[in-house]
Design a protein around this ligand. Structure first.
Ligand code: ZN
Length: 422
């Protein structure tokens, strides 16, 4: 178990949450009878560098050996990366040629927008996908380290734009990683990092984002600390909606004064807000879990409950509800990597999302991928789903009533259980 912060080596660590033994978030099974491993999950806060981190590290080969996450299966993420790629392209439109590096490029939802444009040279690094080689795009199958960065520097030189979206949660040695990114960034280049914002996690009790794959939960303060350690300056800070509230932070090798007042104001806010929220986080998570369990038990008296959007975070969420293996009628997801698989601890096999059209008005869907609820509600309409749908996180809410829905009693019952009014 951890005794010192992995980032700043301080022993000023406080355990803020204990979630017991839980399965791995990416651990989909091939049978509901298959045995699965669990690991103790605790969250610690370091008051020195203001980062949160899990207590136990699980071996990366166990975490990512059978990895089922594909960004391109999530419409909202595709839109996010498409919008940002076009913004980046507009920023480099005056360049004769621009050099782009992405770590954790997954199945290329960002880099694909540069693939057909010969004015870019792109490299994407990711341990989970096989290498490809196109005229202006190379995907390299590897974890990213300072050693790998030195090899890349020898072979390809430096880059104008370096991107790391949703990867700073997964990498144990972040100082080594950021030093590697700095090495590969040109003097006028930019490094852009996107992370889930721990303030959003704490303030709306997003405990389902806490799992072993996510070693770290960042604040602007922790990113500022890591950047200083690597002689990088913060140029820009943006709050973006991805994953229920994220930070996009731009860094450069050269000193910049423009963002200093914004960084100072935000880190000052975090100095007060984070310890306060951290001190009540455990109580808030456990009271929410008790409430959510009561809600689904009450709804079970009136509806057949199924779940839609079985992302990794749903494995943790459903496990923490401590329900019986046969509690849910069906699980639905649109990712080919998950369809046909099983959620640890539950009997239903994950069905293709299109099959929700077979459900009746007596069915109800719990949207477990609540961070994509808007896109999922559009999908429910398109697929002619005839029942109601609700979310529990970040707070219980009725999110879908079909246009032709006639059963007012069921709507009233749901509103009563969720303690909401229409
Ligand atoms: Zn620390």
């Amino acid at each position: 178990m951890i005794t010192q912060c992995r980032i700043c080596n301080s022993s000023a660590l406080t355990k803020v949450l204990f979630l017991g033994d839980v399965p791995l978030a990416g651990n989909f099974l091939t049978s509901h009878l298959q045995r699965y491993v669990t690991h103790q999950l605790d969250l610690f806060y370091c008051s020195e560098c203001r980062i949160f981190q899990v207590g136990n590290l699980v071996d990366p080969s166990e975490l990512f050996g059978d990895y089922h996450y594909s960004s391109s299966q999530v419409t909202a993420l595709l839109d996010h990366f498409s919008d940002y790629a076009h913004l980046v392209k507009s920023q480099y439109s005056n360049y004769k040629s621009a050099r782009i590096l992405e770590i954790g490029c997954n199945d290329l939802p960002f880099l694909r927008w540069f693939a057909d444009d010969p004015s870019y040279f792109c490299i994407g690094i990711d341990p989970s996908f096989p290498p490809i080689k196109l005229p202006n795009l190379r995907r390299i199958q590897s974890f990213f380290t300072l050693d790998v960065a030195q090899d890349l520097l020898s072979n390809y030189g430096r880059f104008d734009f370096v991107y790391a979206a949703n990867v700073f949660a997964h990498i144990p040695n972040l100082i080594d990683t950021l030093q590697g990114l700095r090495l590969l960034t040109s003097d006028t280049g930019r490094i852009v990092i996107e992370v889930h914002d721990c303030l959003a996690m704490l303030s709306s009790s997003q405990f389902d984002t806490i799992y072993h794959e996510h070693i770290y939960y960042h604040s602007l303060s922790s990113l500022a600390y890591i950047s200083r350690k690597c002689s990088l300056s913060i140029v820009q800070v943006e709050q973006i909606p991805t994953h229920g509230g994220s930070l996009r932070v731009t860094l450069s090798r050269a000193a910049h004064s423009e963002a200093q007042s914004i960084v100072a104001r935000q880190t000052d806010l975090e100095r007060h807000a984070i310890p306060l929220l951290a001190s009540t986080f455990s109580d808030s998570v456990y009271s929410n879990l008790a409430l959510f369990k009561q809600i689904v038990s009450d709804l079970d008296q009136h509806f057949s409950i199924s779940c839609y959007g079985i992302a990794g975070r749903a494995i943790i969420f459903l496990h923490l509800l401590s329900l019986s293996p046969s509690f849910f009628k069906n699980f639905y997801d649109d990712s080919p990597q998950r369809i046909g698989k099983y959620v640890p601890g539950f009997q239903p096999q994950i069905q293709p999302g299109q099959l929700i059209s077979l459900l009746s008005s007596r069915d109800i869907l719990l949207i477990t991928a609540w961070n994509y609820v808007d896109a999922i509600v559009d999908t429910l309409t398109l697929r002619g789903y005839r029942g109601l749908a609700f979310v529990l996180l970040p707070s219980p809410k009725l999110v879908f009533i079909p246009p032709s829905y006639q059963d007012k009693t069921s709507i009233e019952f749901l509103c009563n259980v969720l303690k909401i009014s229409l």
